[in-house]
Write a protein that binds this ligand. Structure first.
Ligand code: GLN
Length: 538
């Protein structure tokens, strides 16, 4: 039977619940157990798909086409397990399911209430679509005490009783601040947060204390005493220099050992920390670095391109290089400044994006990369912009455009909302914005003798998509005659998936998002190859 581990947060948000859950998943997995990670988000959106990255950071896409919280990206990168649609739920989705059932008369005349109907739906989600897992780790978004997270906290309290408390473990992550002025570490916020949690009926079994410096034993004893938690289960997590150190640090503090001890399970295997030790060493000690420019609209928010930043770092690790990411705002990028701004870069990347704002800056930057033979990587919107640039400047279609920006111009990029996925027709709709794009894993076949075929070392690839517009295939011949090759196509030959330039050291653009599949222990080949080309550029 599966054991359930619930991870809640206290004091402040952004303490690293996702990273803690992901590290624990790696450690348990490395000890020989099957693990699944899930995220319960308290906001009212049905999924984060319609949210601006400024609001909530990147939208992470799963193989099966769910638009999810970016924490699922952490989960995948650390545990290596591909997340599924059934691994992320929001208050909005729960309410919408319950209300739909109510309209269908599914509650047989009863008054529909938060308890038990909403909490029951949450409990169904926690158990749903699991099979042979040994552990299900569920992270509750937000912090304890938020009005929005109350039904979740209540649901997990009930859940632990339903499965017998022996099979459920509560981990609470809090902040233990250090006050410089008085040179003191403070345990009071943790005590208060646990008090809040206990007032909701949950006694934490393990407290993870996030701190910027080591927490002395007497302070940990105080937390143990006031919060009613065994001292062995008061676990400190001191800020690490790189996130790749997190599994090592949690193991050092015995998190996985204490979890197994709680469930009275004997360990199957010794934890293997060598891969993390190796990449931590590379990340911390590599001296050589290169500059990569990311030209996008959401550059001010650190998490807006989370998977992309990670994938570039993975490419750097693979090439023994530090990557300095230069984030350039495409909306303020003036054509006259491009040369100056991109003077010291070894590679240029245009990421995914939506809407017309900032596109002219992107198109100019692509022209610069193409003409100056600087390694260029276009992702999704980046590929569409590369197509428009080439059409305007090389094919002389001066008003080449995307129908995403209105009806003016020649729609080299057009709206398509029917896609063939493994023999099944997937339909989008233009009424709803949420969940109606081409989403998730689709196949692409790679052209013989192309650069991408060499990079992937495969004829057929599967990559994750998230877009509504497509490059118009009818221009293929025209592009190819002028040196821009459609080197990846959908199996039915209808949709361009990858383009590359002849006579350029590295100019590749893809309609999908390879960054979602890159992992520190298995860097994505496109990112490794792009960084290698950038390294050779200067
Ligand atoms: N806006 C473009 C589309 O919908 C690209 C989306 C993206 O880059 N993810 O097709």
């Amino acid at each position: 039977m599966a054991r359930y581990i619930f991870v809640t947060g206290g004091v402040v948000s952004s303490l690293g619940k996702g990273l803690s859950s992901a590290s624990l998943a790696y450690l348990l997995q490395s000890r020989g157990y099957r693990v699944r990670l899930r995220k319960l988000d308290p906001y009212l959106n049905i999924d984060p798909g319609t949210m601006s990255p400024f609001q909530h950071g990147e939208v992470f896409v799963t193989d099966d086409g769910a638009e999810t919280d970016l924490d699922l990206g952490h989960y995948e990168r650390f545990s290596g397990i591909s997340a599924k649609k059934s691994d992320n739920i929001t208050t909005g989705k729960i309410y919408s399911d319950v209300l739909k059932k109510e309209r269908q008369g599914g509650y047989l005349g009863k008054t529909v209430q938060v308890i038990p109907h909403i909490t029951d739906r949450i409990k169904d989600f926690i158990k749903n679509d699991t099979s042979k897992e040994d552990f299900i780790i569920c992270e509750i978004g937000g912090i304890v005490g938020d009005i929005e997270s109350l039904p979740f906290v209540e649901a997990i309290r009930q859940f632990a009783n339903d499965v017998n408390k022996r099979n459920a473990l509560f981990i609470h992550l809090t902040l233990v601040p250090y006050l410089r002025a008085s040179d003191e570490i403070k345990t009071k916020p943790t005590q208060h947060s646990v008090k809040e949690l206990r007032s909701l009926g949950i006694q934490p079994d393990i407290i993870i204390c996030r701190s910027e410096r080591p927490i002395p034993l007497d302070h940990r004893k105080k937390i143990s005493l006031f919060c009613n938690v065994d001292i062995k289960n008061v676990i400190q997590t001191v800020d690490v220099k790189t996130i790749y150190e997190a599994p090592i640090s949690f193991n050092r503090e015995n998190l996985d050992k204490q979890v197994l001890e709680y469930f009275k399970i004997k360990t199957r295997k010794k934890v293997n920390l060598n891969p993390w030790k190796k990449i931590t060493k590379t990340v911390l000690h590599t001296k050589k670095s290169i500059n990569i420019a990311i030209i996008g609209k959401y550059v001010d928010l650190k998490d807006a391109y989370k998977s992309l930043d990670e994938a570039l770092t993975h490419g750097g690790i693979d090439n023994n290089l530090k990557i300095n990411l230069m984030r350039i705002d495409s909306e303020t990028l003036k054509v006259s400044e491009i040369k100056k701004k991109l003077k010291d870069v070894s590679g240029i990347l245009i990421p995914g994006g939506f809407g017309k704002r900032g596109t002219e800056g992107k198109i100019e930057a692509i022209k610069y990369a193409r003409e100056k033979k600087i390694p260029f990587f276009g992702i999704c919107f980046g590929m569409q912009m590369a197509i428009i640039e080439f059409a305007r400047n090389k094919l002389n279609i001066k008003n080449a455009n995307s129908s995403e920006f209105g009806t003016g111009g020649v729609p080299i990029i057009g709206l398509i909302n029917e896609w063939n996925r493994y023999g099944k027709l997937i339909k989008g709709t233009d009424k709803d914005l949420g969940g109606t794009m081409r989403l998730g894993l689709y196949d692409a076949k790679l052209k013989e003798n192309s650069l991408v075929k060499k990079i992937y070392k495969s004829k057929l690839i599967k990559e994750r998509h998230r877009h509504r517009y497509e490059v118009n295939i009818s221009y293929k011949e025209k592009f190819e005659k002028n040196g821009l090759i459609f080197s990846g196509l959908s199996p039915d030959n209808k949709l361009p998936e990858i383009i590359e330039l002849k006579n350029h050291p590295w100019f590749v653009a893809v309609q999908f998002h390879p960054e979602f599949k890159s992992r520190p222990l298995a860097p994505h080949p496109l990112f490794s190859s792009f960084i290698k080309a950038a390294k050779n550029h200067k």
